[in-house]
Write a protein that binds this ligand. Sequence first.
Ligand SMILES: *Cc1c(COP(=O)(O)O)cnc(C)c1O
Length: 428
Amino acid sequence: MTAGPSVTHIEPRVPPPAFGRRDPDARGYFGPYGGRFVPETLVAPVAALEDAYLEARRDPAFTASLTAALRDYVGRPTPLYEAGRLGETFGLRVFLKREDLAHTGAHKINNALGQALLAKRMGKSRIVAETGAGQHGVATATACAWLGLACVVYMGVDDMARQALNVVRMRLLGAEVRAVDAGSRTLKDAINEAMRDWVATVADTHYLLGSVLGPHPYPLMVREFQSVIGEEARAQVVAVTGGLPAAVVASVGGGSNALGLFDAFVADADVRLVGVEAGGEAIVPGRHAARMAGGHVGVLHGTRTLLLQDDHGNVLPTHSVSAGLDYPAIGPEHAWLAEQGRAEYVHVGDAEALEAFQQLGRLEGLLPALESAHAVAALRALSGSLSQGAAVIVGLSGRGDKDVASVERLLAATAGSPGAEDQNVAHR
Ligand SMILES: *Cc1c(COP(=O)(O)O)cnc(C)c1O
């Protein structure tokens, strides 16, 4: 018998979130965007939340409990994986930041755990949240089960039908899912209902918002809880390539996975930051969710930002094959980064995202969330303006299990008649 290979056990190191790196002004503005537009009853509670958050992020004990949870419960650090076969097709070195491997299958758990820990610290016993596709609801229900907090998740009835599996998951995790049958019966209306609940229950309840949206301090707080993505990715890419990447690319719904990844690179002027919005079917009112392409300044859900609206300021309906990107407003800090020319924004349509979903499966054995597939799809256009062999980090924000059924439906529809693909297989 020979001795086994010598193994050095290395404790995975989770960097602390980048607290206090780029704060908005004292009123919560990033340039002209952001702020705090809330009803009278929420003025004091939102200010109390800000105070509690600013105090918590200075407390080493809070940071220590959060990083321990991110390591032992979420499974961080997530890998930075070089997708060699994918990169070859574009003449680039493509690195995927694997948030799909985080517990519950997406980046949303980073923020849900952070806010749930803060709520507990504030003495709250109950959490309300909104969810669109159900990913944020599942992450929130998970964090609540972990900390023993009561959990109510508001979800549009149309989304409940489309994402039935996530409704089951939330209920199994002990959350109560409340159907919202108002307006477009999707995410926008679920946020309205969650805010309404919070107004009435704020003494014992925390509103756990899922993206870099809402009144200050939410856009700051959510970005900072997600900043662990970029902190890890920056150290990982430097370790592998010896330098910084030429570009960092991520999908943008509200914009939390993108800001979490971008944050570590904002000060590096040579690193391009590319946000990818949902181009849907076409850049025509109602058929997309590309706020940078068709949005105007307005206020929605407590923040001033770019918003898809008509001439009278009514919020327009949106469309995307990906529920997580299907929202009429963008996080205020994205509007500010765009205005300063620091970040650039492109849009990718349903068909291109579907193509990238399949490409990643065939070339790399990875089925990404349809949101993440938008970021992968942007590589084709981006490769034209990058030098051969340039390193690019793509945020793989989540895994695609939740989307497999809708992808099957969409592929069958594009093949002409429903079930056409299956028939081909049967005849072979
Ligand atoms: C929710 C979600 C998104 C979009 O939300 P952001 O706040 O823009 O990150 C992107 N990818 C996945 C996998 C999601 O679940």
